[in-house]
Design a protein around this ligand. Structure first.
Ligand SMILES: Cc1cc2nc3c(=O)[nH]c(=O)nc-3n(C[C@H](O)[C@H](O)[C@H](O)COP(=O)(O)O)c2cc1C
Length: 220
């Protein structure tokens, strides 16, 4: 049976006819709206970096994922800004190889959103939004003092994908507010989500917090 026969049989089988969208048909905004409302919820990397001339920068990025635990590594994707220019975060990380990634707690929502405004390169978001900064220990980059969890990162891979830069960082140090770490039933240090209270990005200007949590284990 070919795909066309399958599609015409679908309604009879009680299924909807699938809607097909081919990415080349989409304009840039439509492609952005579709992908950012589909790939959800996304954790938010609040990225601290420093320019070559010493200006501290802070901006959020939700195209963010963990890629490895040994060594601990994370990836962020920094799209090009208006006119195809690199955003300050990408300029700084590509120039210095250093950055910090903090998780965003609900209590930091307003500061995080304000730090996403397109502040000029010579303006530090830390000063513009009045977010206290502290210097990282192992990398030349700032971190928000009030963040409950931060990873200090060194750039280990970069991939220019045209419209975006994929940047992979290896974690050289974690910083936790002690209240965020609890010991689980097997004695491992894990993050207490109730304390961290992380927010995640959905489509548009929507966000969510952790809701119902349930466990599932594969049965042998
Ligand atoms: C919650 C949130 C998530 C964002 N995620 C991304 C992202 O994944 N990639 C990106 O290029 N921009 C993202 N942005 C937009 C950047 O934060 C914004 O362009 C910012 O001005 C970049 O700052 P910079 O020029 O100082 O690097 C996001 C904004 C918000 C509010």
């Amino acid at each position: 049976m070919n795909i066309h026969n399958m599609l015409t049989l679908y309604p009879a089988m009680g299924y909807c006819v699938p809607m097909v969208i081919n990415p080349p048909e989409l304009g840039a905004l439509e492609a952005y709206k579709l992908a950012t409302s589909l790939i959800v919820p996304r954790p938010i990397a609040w990225v601290g970096s420093r320019s070559k001339s010493g200006v501290d920068n802070l901006a959020p990025f939700s195209f963010f994922m963990g890629v490895s635990t040994q060594p601990p590594s994370i990836a962020i994707s920094v799209a090009r800004g208006r006119g195809g220019a690199l955003k300050d975060t990408a300029v700084n990380i590509l120039a210095t190889g250093h950055f910090t990634v903090s998780l965003v707690s609900f209590s930091h929502l307003d500061a995080m959103v304000s730090s996403s405004l397109p502040w000029p390169p010579d303006v530090s978001e830390f000063e513009a939004v009045e977010i206290p900064a502290v210097a990282a220990d192992t990398v030349l980059a700032p971190r928000p003092a009030e963040a409950l969890a931060t990873m200090e990162c060194r750039l280990v891979h970069q991939h220019d994908m045209g419209s975006t830069h994929l940047l992979v960082g290896e974690v050289s140090r974690y910083h936790f507010d002690p209240a965020v770490i609890r010991i689980d039933e097997k004695g491992h240090r894990v993050v207490d989500l109730g304390v961290l209270d992380p927010i995640a990005r959905l489509g548009g200007a929507d966000y969510c917090r952790i809701g119902e949590v349930f466990s599932a284990k594969a049965q042998k």
